[in-house]
Write a protein that binds this ligand. Structure first.
Ligand SMILES: NC(=O)c1ccc[n+]([C@@H]2O[C@H](COP(=O)([O-])OP(=O)(O)OC[C@H]3O[C@@H](n4cnc5c(N)ncnc54)[C@H](OP(=O)(O)O)[C@@H]3O)[C@@H](O)[C@H]2O)c1
Length: 337
């Protein structure tokens, strides 16, 4: 079938930020599409995530390609098939996968996951998508708490944290959660968490110590910086820290500084277990088998933090996540063309 869309708009990194990301670091450019793509896709929602800022760092991370000046930006995307030359993919089907940030995308089918007709497409942006997978890998596969555990999850009103905290609770553990804003903490109370702290409070370390007098046995770290330092001080002897991310550090000119109290880890025999999901992709089907029924039966609470405005809103939406503006999983809704 002939592709009637020959050019589209996409995002590129105009220049690398030295510290705080600002909209001028990202530019919109015209992109020429191939005339006969296997799939012509129209992104409906594009996910914005903290790791995108780490891709802009000159040292980057080995598990994912760095974004240089001029790199095409990409992200986890829910898209609708507009045209297809591939059996099994028809116009109107929804697909999800990692795609260039563009208003229209030419793609091959092998890079995309077709969403089963019975499933809600939006759930693939969060609990059945990469943030759900991250929470599942970190909490079910690695952390695997038991009812004997006291678990701490920080940034628990965010995407990964909110799901990780619920998974720990489902396993019967005592769960302490944190969020940096009053409305986020209120939301966490409404979700049934009884112990909700503010990781941005100047006395957070004291509050945490008081909340867990016998110590934390399993900590799921999303934030880094002073929040991680406070958690380390409160760890129980032989405790474990699942290191998911360090979002408070991503905008720093020196993002790789460790916590000041590493010696406490030695003294308490605490293990740090870092992970990144690209190393766990062989577990994707097990994750879906676990999570899809929970989503279908409404046994997990999940919330999208939807920003409108299409491709022109992506830069400010991403900056907002890095500032902590979001409650739930932040996504950008694309405009009708
Ligand atoms: N290991 C992996 O494979 C993997 C995959 C995906 C994500 N991650 C990591 O998981 C973490 C959460 O990611 P997410 O996508 O779910 O994002 P998110 O939690 O939805 O959003 C980030 C949250 O971090 C908190 N935050 C931002 N800047 C902060 C700062 N300077 N100090 C303290 N808190 C700050 C904010 O919450 P408050 O307002 O509550 O502070 C903000 O809402 C990140 O560290 C991310 O890099 C890891």
């Amino acid at each position: 079938m002939l592709n009637t869309v020959t050019t589209t708009r996409g995002l590129r990194l105009r220049e690398r930020p030295d510290d705080l990301l600002s909209p001028h670091h990202i530019e919109t450019v015209a992109i020429t599409l191939p005339r006969h793509p296997q799939l012509l896709l129209r992104p409906r929602y594009i996910s914005v995530d903290p790791y995108m800022r780490t891709r802009m760092h000159p040292m980057g991370y080995d598990y994912i390609e760095r974004w240089e000046k001029g790199s095409q930006l990409s992200g986890w995307t829910l898209a609708e098939v507009m045209q297809s030359q591939v059996a099994g993919f028809a116009p109107g089907n929804f697909v999800v996968g990692h795609l260039p940030m563009q208003e229209s995308v030419a793609s091959s089918a092998k890079e995309m996951i077709k969403i089963p007709a019975a499933h809600m497409p939006l759930s693939y942006l969060h609990p059945l998508g990469m943030t759900g997978f991250t929470a599942w890998v970190g909490m079910e596969l690695i952390g695997a708490p038991t009812p004997q555990d006291t678990v701490l999850v920080n940034a628990a009103a965010g995407a990964v944290g909110s799901l990780a905290a619920q998974l720990a609770k489902r396993r019967g553990a005592r769960v302490i959660v944190t969020a940096g804003r009053a409305d986020k903490r209120e939301w966490l109370y409404q979700q049934g968490f009884e112990e909700v702290l503010d990781h941005r409070h100047p006395d957070y370390a004291k509050h945490l110590d008081k909340a867990a007098p016998s110590g934390i046995s399993l900590h799921f770290e999303n934030v880094g910086g002073t929040a991680l330092q406070a958690a380390i001080e409160t760890m129980r002897q032989g405790g474990r820290i699942v290191l998911c991310g360090l979002v408070s550090q991503y905008q720093s000119a020196q993002p790789r500084q460790g916590p000041r109290n590493m010696a406490t880890l030695v003294a308490k025999n605490v293990a740090i277990i870092p992970f990144v999901v690209p190393h766990y992709l062989e577990h994707w089907c097990n994750f879906q088998r676990f999570m899809a029924p929970l989503v279908a039966k409404n046994q997990l609470s999940w919330r999208l933090d939807e920003i409108t405005g299409g491709i022109d809103s992506i830069a400010t939406a991403l900056i907002g996540v890095l500032n902590g503006d979001n409650l739930g999983k932040r996504v950008v809704k694309m405009n009708e063309l």
